[in-house]
Design a protein around this ligand. Structure first.
Ligand code: SAM
Length: 202
């Protein structure tokens, strides 16, 4: 079985102030820049304990939460009964296993892309998961010096250049690609700006 990189973090994950602050800001940036509707089914990629899903749930019909980590999924499952929308949960590695749920109205994601070896390949997977004109709204950190993570939870990138990430989305076929400010993550040892990428399937 693959290593669960988040096993050491899952218990304290939802009790960390800096994290709650940045997820609030990221969710707000998604709500301000993407049109959500009550009938929508949206995937949260790398949903973890569901912090982003919880904040988007009041605005959609269903969230399909995808995460590879059993320990993070356990925390999310504990919230399922009281979730503000229908919540489906899939424990899977989206980079290795096929998505077989049918096309969805949108994909949201926060702080997961930097854990992915090949982001270009993932953008292609995202594209295939969406209905025509559906959206992608993805938040992650700008390029940093490697100091952001104090333990290694399977980090593959020290953030991203906004120009690169926009080009990667376009190379997968996305249109109307925009990369803008999303949040500033304030940790004890530094401040880390983060972006929101929005893009649409043509
Ligand atoms: C930093 S956490 C972010 C969790 C949540 N989105 C948030 O902002 O609180 C990254 C999550 O992505 C998940 N993840 C990493 N690679 C993945 C993959 N290939 N497929 C599915 N989930 C993945 C991890 O298990 C982890 O729960």
């Amino acid at each position: 079985m693959k290593k669960d990189h988040f096993a050491v973090r899952a218990d304290e994950y939802d009790r960390t102030d800096y994290r709650l602050n940045y997820v609030d800001a990221m969710a707000q940036s998604i709500l301000e820049n993407v049109e959500l509707a009550p009938g929508m089914k949206v995937v949260d990629f790398g949903a973890g304990t569901g912090l982003l899903s919880e904040r988007i749930a009041p605005y959609v019909q269903e969230i399909l939460a995808i995460d590879v980590s059993p320990s993070m999924i356990d925390k999310l499952r504990a919230k399922q009964e009281s979730f503000p929308c229908r919540l489906e949960i899939r424990q899977m590695d989206l980079c290795q296993e096929p998505f077989e749920e049918g096309p969805v109205d949108g994909i949201i994601s926060s702080m997961t892309l930097h854990h992915i070896e090949d982001p270009v390949a993932l953008f292609r997977i995202f594209y295939d998961m969406l209905k025509p004109e559906a959206f992608l709204a993805l938040c992650d950190i700008d390029t940093e010096d490697g100091s952001f993570h104090t333990i290694d939870t399977g980090v593959k990138h020290y953030g991203f250049e906004r120009e690169h990430i926009g080009k990667w989305a376009e190379s997968a076929g996305f249109v109307d690609v925009k990369v803008q400010d999303s949040a500033v993550i304030v940790k004890d040892h530094g401040e880390y700006p983060a972006f929101l990428l929005t893009a649409y399937k043509s």
